[in-house]
Write a protein of this length. Structure first.
Length: 258
């Protein structure tokens, strides 16, 4: 089930539609089923906006997003989005947060709890299913958020800097957890990150956006064998290639984490 972006452009307007802010400009690419794709680029270039368009939360100014030959706007239930902030409901327990989407769909309580407990066990949350978000670590909260998305069975998983707020060790642990999960499930993943090391470790391919209005300036295949050694010569060569591309784009206000 391929995802195809065809000349996707997006502008926002201010002051009564007098001032145009162009965010995306003619983004075109194909993402094949089961691939893990990272998107990086200067801050503010429109990466999150693109995810929101694919998820159906924003409309394009022009261009199309096609999933398996059909316009994505009619298939948004097949797309799951994991936010940078965990976006958990503080009054709901781990189990209740994970089952929220199933509850909205009207799935019987016994069935949705059974499905959620499978994720609780799979995600290392056993013993915390009745805890509230404030009783969980940041890493555990993000696991709950990912489980809440995946339990809905999306064909496309969008992740918007999901590990950016975590400490480095927790971030590394969750990268390995996500990679192991993806290798078992083979979801199609679009993963936005500013961290080039993270992109190289996780991805089949890295797409580099230009400054705003964003276009695709590079597509870098990550052909290092898995499991990957973050410090290997092959990974460092790809990391350098991506960083060199980003340095060429850098301007005042741009920020890229190495």
């Amino acid at each position: 089930m391929a995802l195809e972006l065809i000349n996707v452009a997006k502008s926002f307007y201010t002051e009564g539609n007098k001032n145009e802010i162009r965010v995306l400009k003619d983004i075109s690419c194909v993402v094949e089923e089961g691939r893990f794709i990272s998107i990086t680029g200067p801050s503010g270039c429109g990466k999150t906006t693109l995810l929101r368009i694919i998820a159906g939360l924003e409309k394009t100014t022009h261009g199309k997003v096609i999933l398996d030959g059909k316009d994505i706007s009619s298939q948004t239930s097949m797309v799951g989005l994991v936010f940078q902030e965990y976006a958990l409901f503080p009054w709901r327990t781990t189990l209740q947060n994970i089952t929220m989407g199933l509850e909205i769909m009207g799935i019987p309580k016994e069935e949705r709890i059974k499905a959620a407990m499978d994720y609780v066990n799979m995600f290392g949350l056993k013993g915390f299913e009745h805890r509230y978000p404030h009783e969980l670590s940041g890493g555990m909260q993000q696991r709950v958020a990912i489980a809440r998305t995946l339990i809905m069975g999306p064909k496309i998983v969008l992740m918007d800097e999901p590990f950016a707020s975590l400490d480095s060790q927790t971030r590394n642990d969750l990268q390995e957890f996500l990679l192991d999960l993806w290798q078992k499930r083979k979801d199609t993943v679009l993963f936005v990150t500013h961290n080039v090391d993270e992109a190289v470790f996780l991805s089949d391919e890295i797409i580099v956006f230009s400054n705003r209005p964003a276009t695709v300036v590079a597509r870098v295949e990550v052909d290092c064998p898995r499991p990957r050694d973050r410090t290997s010569l092959e990974c460092n060569q790809i990391r350098k290639k991506v960083l060199d591309t980003l340095r060429e784009l850098r301007r005042d206000g741009s920020r890229i984490d190495t």
